[in-house]
Design a protein around this ligand. Structure first.
Ligand SMILES: Nc1ncnc2c1ncn2[C@@H]1O[C@H](COP(=O)(O)OP(=O)(O)OP(=O)(O)O)[C@@H](O)[C@H]1O
Ligand SMILES: [Mg+2]
Length: 370
């Protein structure tokens, strides 16, 4: 566990980067520091591995003031990942990662074996190890950066905007990968970003900082969206916070109904007689698209005759996915699938919204804040 106790940082030029800030990062969780540029995130994070010492206040690691720890030894227990990975350009990917076990006195061969294991763990193919960093994509470089930070198996991981230089699709993959790794490893992670969506996706707890190094709010993501502490946090979490909050509402109470269906390869004779949207399934019962109301089938039904469907909602996941499926479907019917992608039923936006409304009411009558 990491505790910031009334830490304050004023740089030599008079800039106050962190303002008398107290915060506890629970062991084994991901805590995200989020806020606009210059609000003191990096300064606060670097206090943990003593790259920066606070002007006043203390940082405790597992109950011990880190000033009592030798900086070099302290840092060995703390993995550090930065933007653009910070890899050594003249060493191969494998040797970049092997550097850390080498520092710990492992033989070259053991260090390389460990490095190879780690590269696999962060989802990189084995043969990438022989390349140099410049021969990798930005996303791959970040994965190497994560592998290197994990090489000493440190209990604490500091990550300063590690994914901000990669495009949104790769970034989403890296985020998923971090969550998967964290499930396995249970590190104490302090993660810095200026992206509120990333903060909400990754954080068990999120600390919102504002200009001048003030802590505006420290809360679980759902609470941050439900009850922003002030106008700054409200504007920072954004106008669509109500919608985004749906990510945290589980699917309890979702009752899919049955739509009319048809199979790829069927003919006009198989179109259900009742006029309306008809959902086409393939032979594994996976949804392929919609047949317009009153449409006829030309010969055997092929995908060319279908209108592409909206997003699919996997049973049991958050209500945000259910509402999104309903809103994005041309038919207005959100398609529900099971974990294997097979058709289960459909839901309307109305059904999902009624469910949210009834939950809100039941929470209110229990006396809690809606
Ligand atoms: N070495 C330094 N000397 C003087 N001022 C500094 C120094 N390092 C940072 N600052 C100032 O302290 C404030 C906080 O900087 P910090 O790097 O912690 O912000 P940040 O939240 O990480 O920003 P960003 O999102 O842009 O990375 C800024 O106003 C910055 O200009
Ligand atoms: Mg920074």
């Amino acid at each position: 566990m990491i505790e910031f106790q009334s830490v304050h940082k004023q740089y030599g030029n008079g800039t106050v980067a962190v303002q008398d800030l107290s915060l506890t990062v629970e062991a084994g969780t991901i805590t995200v520091l989020v806020g606009p540029s210059g609000c003191g995130k990096t300064t606060l994070m670097r206090m943990v591995n003593r790259m920066i010492d606070p002007s006043s206040g203390s940082v405790l690691l597992d109950g011990t003031d880190i000033r009592e720890r030798d900086p070099a030894r302290l840092r060995r227990g703390i993995g550090y990942v930065i933007q653009q990975a910070g890899l050594f350009p003249h060493r191969t990917v494998l040797d970049n990662v092997a550097t850390v076990p080498r520092l710990f006195g492992n033989s070259r061969r053991d260090a390389r074996r460990r490095a190879a294991e780690l590269l696999e763990r962060v989802g990189l193919p084995n043969d990438l190890g022989k390349r140099y960093p410049v021969q990798l994509s930005g996303g791959q470089q970040q994965r190497v950066g994560v592998a290197r930070a994990l090489a000493a198996d440190p209990p604490v991981l500091l990550m300063d905007e590690p994914f901000s230089a990669v495009d949104p699709v790769v970034r989403a993959d890296l985020q998923d990968e971090l969550l998967r790794l964290q499930d396995e490893l249970g590190k104490t992670v302090l993660f810095v970003t200026h992206d509120i969506d990333e903060a909400i996706k990754l954080g068990d707890r999120v600390a919102v900082l504002r200009q001048g190094g003030y802590l505006a709010q420290y809360a679980a993501p759902d609470d941050l969206l439900a009850e922003p502490a002030d106008d700054f946090v409200t504007s920072f979490v954004g106008r669509d916070r109500g919608y985004r909050r749906l990510s945290f509402l589980d699917s309890q109470g979702v009752c899919p109904e049955q739509a009319d269906t048809i199979r790829i390869g069927d003919t006009s004779a198989d179109v259900p007689s009742r006029a309306g949207w008809v959902l086409a399934l393939d032979h594994e019962r996976r949804p392929r698209g919609w047949l317009l109301p009153d449409a006829t089938v030309d010969g055997q039904l092929t995908e060319n005759q279908l209108l592409a469907g909206g997003s699919l909602y996997t049973e049991g996941t958050s209500l945000r996915g259910a509402l999104d499926a309903a809103l994005s479907a041309p038919s207005g019917l959100g398609v529900v699938v099971d974990a294997d992608g097979a058709y289960v039923g459909v839901v309307t936006a109305r059904h999902v919204l009624d469910l949210i409304e009834s939950r809100r009411r039941s929470v209110t009558t229990e006396g809690a804040v809606p």
